[in-house]
Ligand binder design. Sequence first.
Ligand code: CP
Ligand code: NVA
Length: 298
Amino acid sequence: MKNLLSIEQLDRPEIEEIFRVAAMQKQNRGKQTEFPLRGQTWGLIFSKPSTRTRVSFEVGVRELGGETIFLNPNDIQLGRGELIKDTARVLGRMIHGAIIRTFAQRDIEEFAEFSGMPTINALTDDEHPCQILADIFTIQEKRGSIEGKTITFVGDGASNTARSWMFAAGKLNFELRLASPPKYQPKAKWLKRAGGNVVCNANLQEAARGADVLYTDIWVSMGQEGEEARRNAELGPYWINEALVRQAKPDALVMHCLPAHRGQEIDDATLEANAQTIFDQSENRLHVQKAILLAVGS
Ligand code: CP
Ligand code: NVA
């Protein structure tokens, strides 16, 4: 595996291998005697803010023996209009891998193509593959194989996180219910590309009924700040609260990729009651991304 740009481009054995290595990384943290990224420098190029993704990748690279450089696009010539393909060819001659958070999916594809070095999607407008892999790893730690389970995603079903969930449903054979108003459901081309196992339902109660997992993300993704008032109004009813949790299975997991906006997509009591799971998701970013670094970087 050369890059991790999208869950769509992964196959099931590659995903299972990431989970296998992640479990070993988690178990052996702090006890490793081998440092496979020794001598390597990885660049993080982030055009959007980040807490979890940035820290987990910076720590992950270092724990594997490598070094990182954080490159704010406004501090490098990219921010003054230097082309992605030129930036990529320069960096490809100096560093060993790139971890990129940006807007257009096409931009990371172009970077990967021209840099010739391992490139990882740390979130685009289209996908957030590292997050969803860590989330599935978390579910499997707590409840066993995700195959055959029902995951209900509450909120913006056309978001990057929802899209990565859609591709994962096709690969790992679970049911994904997108509980979203019609306007926030994915376009037909995405449903087709996901290849089945995805059900859109504007009826939130119905979508939550009997679910193994209730999952949500913020209503206003990075880059959509101009639509905040409209999104808050239109997505207003689509939130996870204690009443909704009662619709799901009695042992259902409640999950959130974070950052959370309490009182919007989830209420404070429900988040706090499920904090163990939600912060396990965050921690597992580190272990799963170390497995991703090893998959693309060695
Ligand atoms: N969940 C997630 O990707 O968080 P950050 O934006 O803090 O990286
Ligand atoms: N959908 C959110 C995810 C944040 C981790 C965003 O893109 O802002």
